[in-house]
Write a protein that binds this ligand. Structure first.
Ligand code: DGL
Length: 261
């Protein structure tokens, strides 16, 4: 048993879509969230730089006693998960676009993957796609402008709807009946994406619940679960200053409400 926090890391606010699921699924686990903010977006930055940011975040989370790290960022996972696992011995859970469940459940045989440039160019994505999705057609698209909308709390605006429509409509028109949210910022745009989908039978796939199951499994395997009566607490950290920290906390509150709905 171990009451230390789980460290959760993202380039900014997006990882809160994983944080809220962790909080709901593992209510006795303390969580400490590191949202870089200063260097966001990571999406099209060079791999080496993303590795530096991710190592710095991991070190900071470890300095706060993190017992397990969730890299709640597909882009950082694609760039840095191998480096992290080679450097540190604590359990580390990464994210990658959920190609497998989409490929296994599609009826049309066409799957849309929404992610950042960094994730779509990553070795991890290509490996998973080749392993699980060789029998389906994969259409990938970068959510151009999506991260910026979420970072500035504009996801419920008409601008967001138009930005989403531009990217999502061509995928649906090409026959995709599964859309994978392959960036942790994108679940915040799920209402806009659903509006674009309308009454067509297209399912959104968010990997956060699967990540929570993996975290629970690793905690159990390593004897790291919190004691059953542990009162969880929730810390936040950013490199982007006080105003951003407040934005992070407000977004976390909002994220929790949308789970409750
Ligand atoms: N939230 C991140 C992801 O899951 C990256 C967003 C960004 O910084 O570009 O890929």
């Amino acid at each position: 048993m171990n009451d230390n926090p789980i460290g959760v890391f993202d380039s900014g606010l997006g990882g809160l879509s994983v944080w809220r699921e962790l909080r709901r699924a593992l209510p006795h686990e303390s969580l400490i969230y590191y949202g870089d903010g200063k260097n966001c977006p990571y999406g099209s930055q060079p791999r080496e730089r993303i590795i530096e940011y991710t190592v710095a975040a991991t070190r900071w989370l470890m300095s706060q006693g993190a017992k397990l790290i969730v890299v709640a960022c597909n882009t950082a996972t694609a760039a840095a998960i191998r480096t992290l696992r080679a450097k540190y011995t604590l359990p580390i859970v990464g994210m990658e676009p959920a190609v497998k469940p989409a490929a296994l459940t599609t009826h049309s045989g066409v799957v849309g993957i929404l992610a950042t440039e960094g994730s779509l160019h990553g070795e991890l994505f290509h490996h998973t796609a080749a392993q699980y999705a060789s029998h389906v057609q994969i259409l990938s698209a970068v959510g151009e402008g999506f991260v910026e909308l979420v970072e500035t709390n504009r996801e419920n605006t008409s601008e967001a709807l138009e930005t989403v429509r531009k990217v999502v409509e061509p995928l649906i028109e090409a026959g995709a009946d599964r859309l994978v949210l392959g960036c942790t910022h994108y679940p915040f745009l799920a209402p806009a994406i659903r509006q674009v989908i309308g009454c067509r039978e297209v399912e959104l796939i968010d990997p956060a619940p699967a990540i929570c199951r993996r975290v629970a499994q690793l905690l159990a395997e390593h004897g790291l679960e919190a004691t059953p009566d542990h009162q969880a607490d929730y810390g936040f950290h950013t490199l982007a200053g006080e105003e951003y920290l407040q934005r992070l906390k407000n977004k976390a509150e909002l994220a929790l409400q949308s789970v409750a709905e």
